[in-house]
Design a protein around this ligand. Sequence first.
Ligand SMILES: Nc1nc2c(ncn2[C@@H]2O[C@H](COP(=O)(O)OP(=O)(O)OP(=O)(O)O)[C@@H](O)[C@H]2O)c(=O)[nH]1
Length: 205
Amino acid sequence: MSDTLPVPADTPFVRGHTARLPTRHGDFSITSYRDAQLQVEHVVMHVGDVAGEAVLMRIHSECLTGDIFGSLRCDCGPQLELALQRIALAGRGLLIYMRGHEGRGIGITEKLKAYTLQDQGLDTVDANLALGHAADLRRFDAAAFILQDMGVRSVRLLSNNPLKVLALEELGIVVQARQPHEVPSNPENAGYLRTKRDRMGHWLG
Ligand SMILES: Nc1nc2c(ncn2[C@@H]2O[C@H](COP(=O)(O)OP(=O)(O)OP(=O)(O)O)[C@@H](O)[C@H]2O)c(=O)[nH]1
């Protein structure tokens, strides 16, 4: 971790512990961070010395259904796998796994309610709105802290989401480049991806 950059003393974020984590994608280290704001622990999967410039980086928002159960309703699971593969292949980089981001911040129960509304014909955005939520409630200040703590000075961000780039830049993160992170679609998530492209401005083909 960086000894060179000052980390604010009054932060709600605290580094936990680092361990070696060999995976089927390659050999990673994993570091936990306590987030007193969201009352969760985020984890970072990292490879190589990430202090410095132009670090390959993915911020992955928790998606229990996609990441764990192989849901076809979204593209989260394949995006997570692809990101770990790309970072392992690069030999240097990190994936910040943001807990508390489930359902773009609405939580698992509300996301399941949104799924039911989507099965009745609403798209992802309107389902959130019908439940009384904004389309996207995620905050990235924990990610900004983690990058600073790890000494990351600029990133090559794996993402298709222009608002994510803006949100990170507003927090002072230098996004040197944005690299597309598109995975093949399937019949179950075609509408979801279309909504991301047409209503949320994602750079998707
Ligand atoms: N509210 C809601 N959240 C969803 C739905 N499907 C997936 N999610 C959540 O969306 C989050 C991932 O955000 P996405 O919009 O897919 O992608 P992104 O992170 O903004 O953009 P990329 O960096 O390009 O992947 C995860 O927290 C998922 O749990 C859905 O139908 N409704």
